[in-house]
Design a protein around this ligand. Structure first.
Ligand code: 2IP
Ligand code: CA
Ligand code: CA
Length: 388
């Protein structure tokens, strides 16, 4: 089991390296940020390049994890499809090939013959992640086979912030509302049998920028929760005892009001923050108490699985909002059912009536929390606002 987690950490770091290379190398950066102007062909090519960075990262993760653990191959899912149509109308399937030269040759087909960009990307995919092994993994003695697991990957979460690439937000209380810090690579493994998240890696590729070199460095977080064992890279209690909440700017006024009340009427403690993975990470790191998402079809299994595992490793979770509220209406006590974990999001079954990505949307909404008491307080606040 520890080997699987080590491998997820390794591929997430490789993914972060690819994400950084696309911004650091002039030939790739130009493709990434170029304005969507010009003719339709140009427009399509540029939007494809943005998707290409995502797809390539996802395929790299599938390739390396699947090669190391054949029992997992075929059970690694992600946001992106690897099928491309290039400007000549040819269909190209992006994959990692045996050598950097072979991968570069394939990438050239979707990069309109841009050999330099293809070579740089292929090098990033094939090179070592450079990640030092985490000694804490050695002590994890949990018995689980690759055949027991499925994996959800979001190769780049917060794509908008990644493309815009702003780094002007100074952050407050450890939380950045927008900018490159909100970008994460998310790799989460769940139980094939019950769909509960078991281990997850959240890699933040852009944490600090060296003022001298302009180079970014990042940070990887992980957590594991299975069969009574909880281990996490995150140590120590949350940073503040005051309740605070992060949510998407797309949440409605009534949710904002309810969360404002929960936070003692202090609007400074209700933050609108970019990136589903990053918001959940802010909870896991203990910078805020909860992440509330009430809107269906805004986040997906690949957004929540990895941070969910990290939160569970810390004694928290990502509760299914609709099911929690239903329990409330049926009169379950305000503290929840004694000794029982509140209903969690699960990752093994598609939404029955959904089509395409919708099948994996978090349709019921959720509350991500570290402390079960915070979850109960958030549910109470939402229930009260429903009544008024
Ligand atoms: C997005 C991304 C957005 C988020 C949205 C996700 O994933 O995390 O930031 O919206 O829910 O699906 P918001 O920031 O309003 O929460 P991606 O960038 O992978 O499309
Ligand atoms: Ca996402
Ligand atoms: Ca994404």
């Amino acid at each position: 089991m520890a080997e699987i987690l080590a491998s997820l950490l390794e591929v997430a770091e490789k993914a972060a390296n690819i994400a950084r290379v696309c911004r650091a190398e002039e030939a790739l950066f130009r493709l990434l940020v170029e304005e969507k102007t010009g003719d339709d062909k140009n427009k399509k090519f540029l939007s494809d390049f943005k998707t290409l960075a995502d797809v390539l990262i996802q395929e790299a993760i599938k390739h390396y994890v699947g090669k190391k653990f054949p029992g997992l191959a075929g059970h690694i899912y992600g946001e992106e499809s690897n099928k491309f149509t290039n400007s000549l109308g040819e269909t190209v399937y992006i994959e990692v090939r045996a050598t950097p030269a072979d991968t570069a040759e394939l990438l050239t087909l979707v990069l309109d013959g841009n050999h330099q960009a293809a070579r740089l990307l292929a090098e990033a995919v094939h090179s070592d992640s450079g990640l030092a092994p985490d000694p804490r993994l050695k002590d994890i003695a949990v018995k689980l086979e690759p055949e027991d697991l499925g994996v959800w990957v979001d190769p780049i979460d917060s794509t908008n912030q990644y493309i815009e690439g702003a780094s002007d937000d100074k952050g407050r209380g450890g939380v950045f509302e927008h900018g490159l810090q909100c970008v994460t690579v998310l790799v989460g493994a769940y139980g094939r049998h019950d769909g509960l998240p078991i281990m997850g890696v959240v890699n933040q590729p852009f944490v600090r920028r060296d003022p001298q070199t302009g180079r970014w460095s990042g940070k990887g977080f992980w957590g594991l929760c299975y069969d009574g064992v909880r281990v996490s890279s995150i140590q120590g209690p949350p940073h503040s005892v005051d309740l605070s909440v992060v949510m998407s700017g797309s949440e409605g006024e009534h949710v904002r009001l309810a969360m404002g009340k929960l936070c003692g009427g202090d609007s400074e403690r209700v933050r609108l923050v970019a990136g589903a993975g990053y918001k959940a990470l802010c909870v896991a790191e203990g910078f805020v108490s909860a992440y509330v998402c009430t809107k269906p079809k805004t986040t997906y299994a690949w957004d929540s699985c990895a941070p969910h595992a990290v939160l569970r490793s810390l004694g928290g979770g990502v509760a299914n909002l609709r099911r929690c509220m239903a329990s409330y209406r049926q009169g379950v006590t305000e503290r929840g059912e004694e000794g029982k974990e509140p209903p969690q999001l699960v990752y093994h079954q598609p939404f029955p009536n959904g089509k395409g990505a919708e099948m994996w949307a978090n349709m019921d909404g959720f509350v991500a929390y570290r402390s079960p008491a915070v979850l109960q307080a958030a549910l109470l606040a939402l229930a009260e606002c429903e009544r008024t």
